[in-house]
Design a protein around this ligand. Structure first.
Ligand SMILES: *[C@@H]1O[C@H](CO)[C@@H](O)[C@H](O)[C@H]1NC(C)=O
Ligand SMILES: *[C@@H]1O[C@H](CO)[C@@H](O)[C@H](O)[C@H]1NC(C)=O
Length: 272
């Protein structure tokens, strides 16, 4: 019952959280003396690897992700008894499983490069399962497995998915240049605003140089548009009262007369 419950919880939580990390495995060499029944019947036989990660506890083992969830991996020729490949096989998986997982590497035979079916168990040449403590990092760990008929040497690591950063690959940064933001990402996943943009999401334009931060604004970079009551190239000049003739202002709609003038519109000479 407890085991069933664990299984159930694992199943639920695995579906809720988006994958943010990727397990990568490079096969360095693979030697086998066995071949599947499929290949005994066919002259043009190829092989491919499938990598799976299982959550494991006591006898219970639950599949987290496999390389074929996201597409086909490269095939290798089985003419030779030994192969070497270097392109990493990737398994996107959820970083919350960092810790002990079962790494399963299977070698399969296939009659064609674009058929990587794993339904017919007779096509499996060999498989290895090994418990590994996964941690996040750029460094590759080396591993060698020697079975009865096969030997596999490989290396693996766990890195963040594209656009994910941080210790838990939980910081998201994806470069964009649209109304919602104008930025690139640095190596740590910080947003780096493109020139002319500012703000947390780099969605605020930088106005023309000197544009008043209080009385001016802009909707595209390099502009300087004035709030009501202000004018001038930097929007730092108040608008005097309409009709104000020989006066000035310190705040909008004032008309403070120059020396020698008076009246509401400062249009009357002192001595008239
Ligand atoms: C991995 O988990 C699947 C079920 O999710 C199970 O069928 C398979 O046997 C497991 N593999 C190993 C090697 O335990
Ligand atoms: C896995 O490795 C990490 C870091 O190296 C360590 O802190 C942790 O205790 C290890 N877990 C197990 C189950 O060995």
């Amino acid at each position: 019952m407890a085991q069933f419950l664990t299984y159930f919880l694992v199943l639920i939580s695995a579906q809720l959280v988006k994958s943010s990390g990727v397990f990568e495995l490079k096969v360095h060499s693979f030697t086998t003396t066995s071949s599947s029944s499929v290949c005994k019947q066919s002259s043009e036989c190829k092989g491919f690897f499938r990598v799976c990660l299982n959550y494991t506890q006591d006898v219970f083992s639950y599949r987290l992700a496999c390389s074929d969830d996201t597409g086909l991996t490269g095939t290798f020729s089985t003419d030779q008894s030994s192969i070497s490949t270097s392109a990493p096989i990737t398994v996107p998986f959820n970083l919350k499983w960092l810790g002990t997982v079962l790494v399963i590497v299977e070698a399969w035979n296939t009659e064609s490069s674009n058929d990587q079916s794993t339904e017919n168990l007779n096509s499996m040449i060999s498989h290895f399962a090994t418990k590994r403590n996964l941690t996040l990092g750029e460094k590759w760990s080396q591993d060698v497995h020697i079975g009865e008929q096969s030997k596999l040497s490989f290396s693996y690591r766990v890195v963040c998915d594209e656009f994910f950063y941080g210790d838990a690959c939980s910081d998201f940064c994806r470069p964009r240049d649209d109304p919602f933001g104008h930025f690139n990402c640095d190596a740590a996943g910080n947003r780096i605003c493109m020139p002319e943009w500012k703000g947390e999401y780099c969605a605020e334009p930088i106005c023309s140089p000197g544009c008043s931060e209080i009385h001016g604004y802009c909707v595209t970079p390099g502009q300087c548009m004035c709030l009501y009551g202000w004018q001038g190239p930097r929007c730092d000049e108040c608008m005097p009262y309409p009709g104000c003739m020989h006066g000035t202002c310190k705040v909008p709609w004032q008309c403070t007369c120059d020396e020698g003038w008076r009246g509401l519109l400062c249009d009357k000479g002192q001595n008239v």
